[in-house]
Design a protein around this ligand. Structure first.
Ligand SMILES: [Zn+2]
Length: 199
């Protein structure tokens, strides 16, 4: 028997929460697509109740710094404060939702990795498939973005060197119209992957 192990497909959404955050949360929920949102502290501060809602709906939150700087261009002390300030906000959101935080994870802004103090024990998560939805300001851009995503998923399906594929998309107000199409693509390809929830 030739058992083929399905590869994992994870959806990660950076720079949350935008003003459209809950709209995205409910669209994903309706379509039973799990996701990990990487939180920007400066956006989350005034929208902490939105984070609590997402937690209640079983979505995961990761740390994406406070003000999204290039980490290689700031000091160790600044890196530390960028991460810890956002940790506090995420902790508060889990307390508000009365849910035990299941994982602590970090993503460097722009993927710009730099050393951190050794007591900051947050594993850093990258990505393998990037959706260029941040450039979707014009509706004519969507086609190209979705076509690229679709072809990246095809490539991932055929790539047996790795078990895990990490999709990166973004939570901005100007790209909310892309999400239904992204969801459609994920669902179309779902039979080829194990759509995973990180734990
Ligand atoms: Zn980002």
């Amino acid at each position: 028997m030739n058992a083929v192990i399905k590869q994992n497909l994870f959806l990660t959404i950076d720079d949350a929460p935008s003003a459209h955050f809950l709209k995205k949360v409910s669209l994903l929920k309706e379509n039973k697509i799990p996701a990990l949102f990487f939180i920007r502290g400066e956006f989350a501060e005034k929208r902490i109740h939105l984070l609590a809602k997402a937690i209640e709906e079983d979505f995961l939150l990761g740390n994406h710094s406070y003000s999204h700087p290039y980490f290689s261009r700031i000091t160790m002390e600044e890196r530390r404060s960028e991460i810890l300030k956002t940790e506090e906000i995420i902790e508060k959101a889990y307390q508000l939702a009365e849910v035990k935080r299941p994982l602590k994870i970090f993503r460097f802004p722009f993927g710009d990795e730099a050393p951190l103090d050794s007591d900051i024990k947050l594993p850093a998560l990258g990505w393998t498939i990037e959706i260029k939805d941040y450039s979707a300001k014009l509706s004519r851009d969507i086609d190209t973005i979705i076509k690229q995503f679709s072809s990246d998923l095809e490539k991932a399906k055929n790539n047996r060197d790795t078990q895990d594929h990490l999709i990166l998309m973004h939570d901005f107000e100007h790209n909310t119209h892309c999400l239904p199409l992204i969801i459609e693509e994920i669902k179309r390809m779902q039979k080829n992957f194990h759509l995973s929830n990180f734990f």
